[in-house]
Write a protein that binds this ligand. Structure first.
Ligand SMILES: [Fe+2]
Ligand SMILES: [Fe+2]
Length: 235
């Protein structure tokens, strides 16, 4: 089946953006907007429906998803990925946490720290996503992102404990963007880290949690400045 291709900025994404409580950020006006406008990204109704479902479940996950997609695209562009790779990265990153829809709400929205058991439940989300997206044949290369974005370079991640280049490159890129956004965003059980603290943590995990080449580009090209995560809060 041919992919339906259309521009990234759809009414739905515009509506999500309009939730921003300040005019300081708009995912379509970050400094990578030109790159996005040049690309005709992979985007279709199925993705929109997944995002709508996610937004109903937890709009903070949707906002996180949009920011991680923005960071990941900019990072991938700086790493020299092709236009088609960027399109797959967009698709896979928009769906990277879709499996969280399968996690019970009382765990996802728990205000305190998770127990060991609850954490094990949350760690199922890449597998749920994989199962749900199995039948989507159109974007095969993108599906490694939902499945492998929590793998670690040193082999200590989940769900499979893959190591180094065993982890698909798309997932290694998104892993850095995903953690950056998590660290710099408020969570129910903790406040966001300062940018400096988060940079130090990302840097310290080069060659441990993350692919060192990708961390090098993230830091040297100042990818974290492409989109000020902390000002993109839902209203
Ligand atoms: Fe995740
Ligand atoms: Fe995530």
């Amino acid at each position: 089946m041919m992919m339906e291709v259309q521009e990234f900025s759809t009414d739905y994404l515009q509506a999500l953006n309009s939730r921003s409580n300040s005019a300081q950020i708009d995912l379509r006006s970050c400094d990578f907007t030109q790159m996005k406008q040049e690309l005709l990204m992979v985007y279709d109704k199925k993705v929109e429906r997944w995002l709508q479902a996610m937004d109903l479940y937890d709009n903070e996950i949707t906002d996180h998803t949009l920011r991680v997609t923005a960071f990941s695209l900019k990072l991938a562009q700086c790493l020299g990925f092709s236009r088609s790779d960027l399109a797959y990265i967009q698709y896979g990153t928009l769906l990277h946490d879709i499996g969280k829809l399968g996690i019970p709400e009382k765990i996802m929205h728990k205000p305190g720290k998770l127990t060991a058991y609850e954490y094990q439940v949350v760690k199922q989300h890449p597998l749920y996503a994989h199962e749900w997206l199995l039948s989507q044949k159109d974007y095969q290369p993108a599906k490694v992102i939902p499945l492998f974005h929590h793998e670690r370079w040193d082999g200590g991640g989940y769900p499979y404990g893959l190591r180094g280049r065993e982890i698909p490159i798309f997932a290694r890129v998104v892993a850095v963007a995903d953690v950056w956004d998590a660290l710099t965003s408020d969570r129910p059980y903790r406040k966001a880290m300062s940018e400096q603290e988060a940079l130090e943590l990302i840097s310290s995990q080069s060659g441990k949690q993350f692919d060192p080449q990708i961390v090098g580009t993230f830091l040297s090209r100042e990818i974290y400045k492409c989109c000020q995560a902390n000002v993109f809060h839902p209203i």
